[in-house]
Design a protein around this ligand. Structure first.
Ligand code: CO8
Length: 256
């Protein structure tokens, strides 16, 4: 039983819905524990091939829980890194899509950026307002945002704390698609379902290779991509995918 999220399976898609309406889905320890545990449980389920993380119409997540953070001392946060478990989300091998409606601020924007891609509704609002609280982003905002949108735009958002709408988020490359609010979730799940029907091994390799572009110098990233590409020739799914093309039929990937 979870307290802060709802978990369900839609076809081959694991759906995680942040559910703290009283705090606009602000992220506290319980949310972190439950989101990470749900994602790991979905990953361990061979019938689930992709994950969608979403919130409510009003808020994907309005940031870290400021009321919980306000009580923390330096000793509290330095003795035991309270954000460390979020990193486990990065180890999930199946694709994770954020479906963002309403506010994705601070840690909420960072959670969206931790996902493999972000689909936003026309009502979505993104921002890194931590500077207004006398802090800075703490789960990747200064790093992933900068890699996603470049230094000038990242500095603008991090230093001013201003909020941007979905169209600006699309223009700067923070999100991949903007969809109508009333169909955001269903359309995101439909895309996730398509992805889930592909080879699980190829999906995992694609994630690792694209993420290598964030983490490695170009020459090492290209080497990582080449190794992943060559490795996939050892898979049955590669043989099936190519045979299906030649035989003009849909591929039936086994490892999905
Ligand atoms: N933390 C705790 N409670 C919150 C938060 C939050 N981040 N955001 C909203 N709430 C609460 C409000 O306090 C309010 O509760 P109550 O009714 O008990 O007073 C309720 O949710 C509804 O909020 P509002 O009345 O403020 O709703 P509005 O529609 O007027 O405003 C806003 C919506 C603009 C989103 C406004 O709530 C707001 O500015 N929220 C704070 C946004 C923010 O500063 N986020 C950054 C937080 S810092 C951070 O994320 C650090 C990241 C580093 C670590 C990340 C780890 C996950």
């Amino acid at each position: 039983m979870t307290e802060t999220i709802r978990i369900e399976t839609r076809g081959s898609v694991g759906l995680i819905t942040l559910d703290r309406p009283e705090a606009l889905n602000a992220l506290n320890d319980a949310v972190m524990r439950e989101v990470v545990a749900a994602a790991e449980t979905f990953e361990a389920d061979a019938s689930v091939g992709a994950i969608v993380i979403t919130g409510s119409d009003k808020a994907f997540a309005a940031g870290a829980d400021i009321k919980a953070m306000a009580a923390l001392t330096y000793t509290d946060v330095s003795a035991d890194d309270p954000l460390a478990d979020w990193d486990r989300l990065l180890a999930i091998r199946i694709p994770v899509i954020a479906a963002v409606s309403g506010y994705a601020l601070g840690g909420g924007c960072e959670l969206a950026m931790m996902c493999d891609t972000v689909f936003a509704s026309e009502t979505a609002k993104f921002g890194q307002p931590e500077i207004l609280l006398g802090i800075i982003p703490g789960i990747g905002g200064t790093q992933r945002l900068t890699r996603a949108v470049g230094k000038a735009v990242a500095m603008d958002l991090v230093l001013t704390g201003r909020t941007i709408d979905a169209d600006e988020a699309l223009r700067i490359g923070l999100v991949a698609r903007v969809l109508p609010a009333d169909s955001l979730l269903e359309e995101t799940i439909a895309v996730a379902e398509q992805i889930a029907q592909r080879s699980r091994l190829a999906n995992a390799a694609a994630k690792r290779a694209v993420n290598a572009a964030f983490e490695l110098p170009l020459v090492d990233g290209l080497a990582a991509e080449r190794a992943e590409f060559l490795d996939l020739f050892a898979t049955e799914d590669r043989a099936e995918g190519m045979a299906a093309f030649i035989e003009k039929r849909p591929a039936n990937f086994r490892h999905r």
